[in-house]
Design a protein around this ligand. Sequence first.
Ligand code: CS2
Length: 464
Amino acid sequence: MNASSPAAPNAAKTRMRWVHIGIGAFFRAHGAVYLQAADSAGQWHLQGVSLRSPDVRDALAAQGFNYTVAALSAQGIDTQTVSILDDVLVAPEDPEAVLKTLVDPAVKVVSLTVTEKGYCRAGNSRKLDLSNPDITHDLSAAHPRSMPGFLVRALQRRYEAGDAPFTVVSLDNLPSNGEVTRSVILDFAQYLDPNLANWISENGCFPNSMVDRIVPRLTPEHRSQVSAVTQRDEAGLVVCEPFGQWVVEDDFVGGLRPALERAGVQLTNDVEAFERMKLRMLNGTHSALAYLGVLAGFDTVFEASNDPTLADFLDRLWNEELIPTIAPPPPGMDLGAYASALLERYRNPGIAHQLQQIAMDGSQKLPQRILDPLFENHRAGRACDGLLRVLAGWMVFVRTQVEAGKTLSDPLQEVLAQAVRQSRTPKAMVDALLSIEAVFGAYPVETIRDDLTARVLQWAEWGD
Ligand code: CS2
């Protein structure tokens, strides 16, 4: 079933359902908007699931699950009402209700924004992390907690009932996000029942995708700015930039999907080049701005990208270190123009995108954003000084946060904090951080150790 079959959005006369897991602001400002535009005939119903807190459900329930998306820019505020969402289920409150929903044969597609750590991978591999406490729990309990647990338990019930699987579309910022999803799902299924794993492998579809829209965390200022225009104060509001892009492989079970192309979604056979471009040129420089910008005393992407030194740094990073790793470019893309457009997007005065929001989960983000291009360049004898500087900046950032007693928002926060605390010199800290298998295990760290240490030393004011 993996061969892409022609889209047949009108094939089924019955109601079809799309479930989204991880109903945070990003999906509400991105996927939900595309789905609403694609489904003008009203054939698809969208249901949200939160794997953690009830906050989004509570905010949206109070407004009938309709909400405003406000695109902010120097030109003003452009608002749109999204009404395609039916409901939001909160998994920890009622995991059985989530499973029952996913088991409904009308559910044709399940999409995911569960962040990098939600895939429960071992390090940055494609293997399921069997030491992850949620996975240990989910492999033996009837009611799961993790994304892989929910998907596999639901697929197991569909398999036993003789129904087809749903398509799983990852919308997270991971390279080959569909393949990573397929791999953790198959690993989990293999532990439950090898026949189930075979069935998923033969019948399931896990298209890769690239998604893009900058969606800052909602602030009280955003709320009052938008309510001045809409005359409504909404807890369920989402704000974002005007730009949006979604590229997805056309690989859906039975060809069943909304007419996404009507909404401007690019359907292709190969998303890899788009993913690499976006993960490195956008997310990579976002992380660069986050660590270097916070260390330079800035709060937002707008401020940091308007700083002449950082802007010059970004320009060199794009042209000398990132673009050379993206060859050939994705079809129809001019990477120089893409970089200029990114700088313009970062300089959007409307969105107040906090650097600390991007800085979180660094241990999960660095590999695909910074380490992959860094080591590729190093191996090929190309420039990598800027990427080394970003890595050094992350290390100094981690130290600064730990020393200031601030929480590091990172699943490896304990390990990172311990590496910093046990190190008496910058060199010892670099060594301790580089020895964290889950982040650096896949890379030849010896080849950069000395240069990196020199970079950290230049930076750190190491008070003894
Ligand atoms: C950001 C992304 O927080 C982050 O790590 O780099 O959320 C970024 O804003 C989106 O991927 C843009 O599409």
